[in-house]
Design a protein around this ligand. Structure first.
Ligand code: SAM
Ligand code: SF4
Ligand code: FES
Length: 356
């Protein structure tokens, strides 16, 4: 059976079959199949998440990232608690139903501070996603108890040797432990990878895809690696848009119910990157709602979009783009259907265990 037809019917593939799809010279049938699958399982609604990048200070030194502590070329900033909460309040008036708080791993925000911010935002009846890196079980539990709903932590790559080279002083095992803790605590869990990392093979991307399927994740964020001139990977310039798009489309076909963002990094490499992603399986967009100078300073990679536009401009712009391709802005909080199914199955299993 043709591989694309097989995955449409079964939502399963072997690693060898995934590699074949990743190597396609003409991927348009793959993209069309992912688009059809998104439409069949999730409909035409696109969920908007308002992204607040609240600190660009990081204690880690990931080789690929502009926020790495070894980069002394960027001006650092932190937003205070009230500014973060008032940014979320403003975002609600623009119609956002979910706020994503993202930052470097910045110890300034201890558990008490973060829990106050989480509670402040949750009072507004918004869904809340955190993307603040590796923490202890106790910290994740405190954020969850304060009201955090979702957590994004990309595994980046499942090639352990590559992980070790790219993330010195961090450990693959700890990252896995974090993802497992987040699942145990009942978060809606998102993970993902960068596609096109120096030294990353298609075999290893295929392994990453199977990792996300087997975890399983409720959301998957796939971005192209973009070389940052102020990092040790400055020389690894190549356009990784297509490999990222193929990876994302295969994930949609394998995991029809999860949420998949059309990532900002895709649009840094292709002026229609997010729309191409929405037409290849994505159902989420995360416009930046950070205000003022901070918007220009969260520089992970060069060519970041929307650094000069105000949040209200982006909100109107993205709505126009989404509607222009016949899609609509979803009006609910956009809980991952994969998460709903997973938690319902768990509750049913627990009930039948108590009965027997
Ligand atoms: N510090 C947290 C973490 O690492 O999970 C959250 C913030 S971190 C900046 C968010 C994501 O940015 C990372 O998971 C990584 O995949 C992505 N990123 C960092 N540098 C990048 C680059 N040069 N190109 C593309 N994506 C990059
Ligand atoms: Fe810090 Fe995250 Fe960047 Fe690594 S990817 S340097 S943890 S902000
Ligand atoms: Fe920011 Fe279009 S989304 S200007």
């Amino acid at each position: 059976m043709d591989i694309i037809q097989k995955v449409i019917n079964t939502h399963n593939l072997t690693q060898a079959e995934i590699i074949e799809l990743l190597n396609l010279k003409e991927p348009s049938a793959l993209y069309a199949a992912a688009d059809e699958t998104r439409k069949k399982y999730l409909g035409g609604g696109v969920h908007l998440r308002g992204l607040i990048e609240f600190s660009n200070i990081c204690k880690n030194n990931c080789l690929y990232c502009g926020l790495r502590c070894g980069n002394n070329k960027i001006k650092r900033y932190r937003m205070d608690e009230e500014t973060i909460i008032s940014t979320a309040r403003k975002a609600k008036t623009y119609g956002y139903k979910t706020i994503v708080l993202q930052s470097g791993e910045d110890p300034f925000y201890d558990t008490d501070k973060l829990c106050r911010i989480i509670k402040g935002i949750k009072q507004m009846d918004l869904a809340l996603t955190l993307s603040i890196g590796e923490k202890s079980y106790e910290e994740y539990r405190a954020y969850r108890q304060a009201g955090a709903d979702r957590y994004l932590l990309r595994i980046e790559t499942t090639d352990k040797a590559l992980y070790k080279r790219l993330d010195p002083d961090m450990s693959f095992e700890n990252r896995l432990r974090c993802l497992q803790d987040l699942k145990t605590l009942g978060y809606e869990v998102g993970s993902g990878i960068m596609a096109g990392l120096p030294g990353q093979s298609v075999e290893s991307i295929a392994q990453d895809i199977l990792f996300l399927k087997n975890l399983p994740v409720d959301m998957a964020g796939i971005g192209p690696f973009i070389a940052n001139p102020d990092t040790p990977l400055a020389d690894y310039k190549q356009n990784n848009f297509e490999i990222a798009l193929k990876t994302m489309a295969i994930i949609r076909l394998l995991m029809p119910l999860i949420n998949i963002p059309a990532t900002t990094a895709m649009e840094a490499l292709d002026k229609d990157g997010r729309i191409k992603a929405l037409k290849s399986g994505a159902n989420v967009v995360m416009p930046n709602i950070t205000e003022g100078e901070a918007r220009k300073l969260y520089i992970l990679y060069p060519g970041k979009i929307c650094t000069g536009e105000a949040p209200a401009v982006c909100r109107a712009c993205i709505e126009g783009k989404i509607k222009a391709v016949g899609r609509s802005i979803a009006q609910d909080k956009g809980v991952s259907r994969a998460y709903i199914r997973r938690t319902e199955a768990q509750t049913a299993a627990e009930r039948s265990e108590t009965k027997s």
